[in-house]
Design a protein around this ligand. Sequence first.
Ligand code: CTP
Ligand code: MG
Length: 235
Amino acid sequence: MTAAHPAGAQVGAVVVAAGRGERLGGGVPKALVEVGGRTLVARAVDGLRRAGVATIVVVHPPSEADAFAAVLHDTSILAPGGEDRSASVRAGLDALPPDVTLVAVHDAARAFTPPEVIAAAIRAVTGDVVAAAPALPVADTLKRVDGDDVVATLDRAGVVAVQTPQVFPRAVIRAVGVAGASATDDLGLVEARLAAGELDGRVVWVPGSPRALKVTYPDDLVIAEALARGEASAT
Ligand code: CTP
Ligand code: MG
């Protein structure tokens, strides 16, 4: 899939893969966990490449540079990550070559995100759109709780669960200053600037995919293995 991006934009990606994967367990950084014989990080990079993204920075746990180089053995740029996800995003942005004008920030843990979904998020950042991400309507009923108490039922209409990649003009993501801010979701930083009147534009979502699940808990690996088997039998 090529020419997925707005005319003239030079698209780059930051794959954040520096987390420890504590909820998954196993003693290996989550991005190096193999599913169907390939690491999550290699699968995430491959998905971006298939969506037409040529320049990719992979942010790894600082002590794991050699292990990441060994599994990626391609032209990805490696950068050591930080203490939390935001710090790792910042490290990745700093390592992007200067010619990149549009940035897709992607979780290595969402290794099975279909290339079509990645391409659609990239295409969406055009005109007055300053950020875009894939998202899915929420299937579960949502409740507000207070400790053990269920205190309210939330209206599910108009609610989506956001995935990655989250895509921004480079100047926007720099301006919203991932600097210092701590966030599990980069889109939120842009929304806050828009709400404060400090930035103009729109944040949009495009249809995401159940395949873009974030591998978080051991049970997610069962789903991921099934997705890997499905891919293998389709090729
Ligand atoms: N991440 C990162 N640097 C950090 C923390 C997280 O690059 N300091 C990345 C993870 O590698 C992952 C993504 O951000 O691809 C989403 O984070 P999460 O799913 O929470 O992964 P982990 O932090 O590794 O998992 P856990 O919270 O269970 O330890
Ligand atoms: Mg985490």
